[in-house]
Design a protein around this ligand. Structure first.
Ligand SMILES: [Zn+2]
Ligand SMILES: [Zn+2]
Length: 476
């Protein structure tokens, strides 16, 4: 066993941090012996340098003991710390800031008039704004459906640094830092003011609330939601995703050639599936992520193609999924069918994109020239089990880098010959260009049906019969 625990080796970042901190630690060891006091002195010098810590003529007394000692509490009162911060750094459990202050006044009646600054050196009176901030948040989220919320607050760096120095020196051990204390205060206030139950989370929120502590500006980011399903495409006329109009590139108002739609094809699987969901959830837009895609003129049959639809900025988040599937299938009757929808996570997109599942197709094409059925059948059957060399097809070379791919034909069967038309079923590796397997793309795919038969082949149609992703999962 090495010194690195399994957890360390799992995460690269941890490893790097580990090495880095080790390196720093060993050299610091030596320095500590010689220069420990020195470095503290430097710190002090820096502290007294600026006038940041002079509050109306009362300089911080660095020799004062920390809270919760009476002297420590008297000291933070003297420098004008507010009640919120006295409670936060005073180290007196179960006492409010005001109670801690009054206790101190009883011990020392000169304290009450000992400060005249009205800006708390720890928070610059930020806690007075909690109510205001929360009202702004509530105004922004009142029409939204949510259960998990994440709060982020941005504070000026110098405020955080100054606060940290004073708190570590004079606050009680374990006092909550300014930023997290602010977030706590905001969350408590929200919980009291909204009717619904809110879970405050550190990841995967429904709403991300960002607060600027300087301007008190509040931004609410409504996080997208994702649904997984499989679609069947029953026509040869619609693309998988929205295609912007070629003439106007899909600009906002479209053009004459696209009838002001901005779209090359009015319908797409994306919109036939996504629009009913977008409307039901009162969302802004959708994004469609398929496990690969088929050409516009190719049908997608069998169990259908896995996809994830991303719903952007939804005001509602809890749809009746069965009802939605019904609506989608009714609206898209004869064009697209969805088997079911289930809520999923963003991380699944990368997984389905990376899938290398085999696929089965039926392809039909027309040949020029005399057909000897026996010979044709033999030549085509010979392609079962071969590995193709496929150069990037000319039809896609404008969007893909030119290279030669090796793709295996797992199986080829059910050859049907009817006059000058031939049809067969083929199962092959992910990424095989099946139309090119037949017509050869002017010799860019080797071997090919066209090459074997020494005839031109004109594709009539192609169907995807199945995407074998379940089998892939079973193998793992
Ligand atoms: Zn304060
Ligand atoms: Zn247009």
């Amino acid at each position: 066993m090495s010194k690195i625990t399994p957890k360390d080796s799992e995460e690269d970042n941890d490893d790097e941090w580990h090495n880095f901190s080790n390196a720093g630690y060993s050299s610091a060891n030596v320095d500590d012996e010689d220069n420990g006091n020195n470095s503290k002195d430097n710190e002090n010098e820096e502290w007294f340098d600026g006038d940041d810590f002079e509050f109306e003529g009362k300089t911080l007394d660095w020799n004062s003991p920390p809270c919760p000692t009476p002297l420590g509490i008297a000291h933070i009162i003297k420098i004008g710390v507010c009640n919120h911060c006295i409670e936060r750094v005073g180290g007196k459990k179960n006492l409010s800031g005001e109670e801690i202050r009054l206790e101190a006044y009883v011990r020392d009646d000169t304290l009450e008039n000992s400060f005249d600054n009205d800006l708390c050196p720890l928070c610059e009176n930020l806690f007075d704004d909690v109510n205001n901030i929360v009202n702004r948040i509530i105004e922004k989220i009142s029409d939204l459906e949510y259960s998990a919320m994440q709060i982020g607050i941005h504070l000026p760096k110098d405020l955080i640094n100054d606060e940290d120095q004073i708190r570590t020196r004079h606050g009680a051990t374990g006092s909550r830092p300014l930023k997290s204390a602010m977030v706590d205060a905001i969350q408590n206030e929200i919980t009291q003011k909204v009717d619904s139950e809110v879970n405050f989370v550190k990841e995967k929120p429904d709403l991300m609330v960002l607060i600027d502590g300087l301007t008190l500006r509040v931004d609410v980011d409504v996080r997208p939601i994702y649904f997984y399903g499989r679609y069947r495409k029953l026509t040869r006329e619609i693309p998988q995703t929205r295609w912007p109009c070629r003439a106007c590139k899909g600009r906002a108002k479209g053009c004459e050639s696209c009838n002001e739609s901005g779209l090359q094809y009015l319908e797409s699987v994306q919109d036939l599936v996504g629009e009913p969901i977008r409307i039901a959830l009162n969302a802004v837009d959708t994004s469609f992520h398929g496990m690969g895609r088929e050409d516009i003129d190719v049908r997608m049959l069998g169990k259908g193609r896995p996809f994830i639809i991303e719903i952007k900025k939804p005001m509602s988040r809890i749809p009746d999924l069965e009802e939605l599937v019904k609506t989608i299938n009714e609206n898209a009757l004869g064009k697209v069918e969805v088997d079911s929808l289930q809520r999923t996570e963003r991380s699944l997109i990368a997984k389905i994109k990376a899938s290398r599942s085999e696929k089965s197709y039926t392809i039909r094409f027309k040949v020029s020239g005399e057909i000897n059925e026996e010979e044709v059948t033999k030549h085509i059957s010979d392609l079962s089990g071969v590995v193709l060399n496929q150069e990037t097809p000319q039809r896609v070379s404008h969007r893909r880098a030119a290279k030669i791919r090796k793709r295996k034909i797992t199986n080829l069967e059910n050859i049907v010959i009817e006059e000058d038309e031939i049809q067969f079923e083929v199962r092959c590796e992910a990424g095989t260009y099946v139309k090119e397997l037949v017509h050869s793309d002017e010799g860019r795919t080797i071997p090919s049906v066209s090459g074997k038969l020494e005839m031109d082949c004109e594709i009539l149609w192609l169907d995807v019969n199945e995407i074998h992703d379940d089998e892939e999962n079973q193998e793992k």
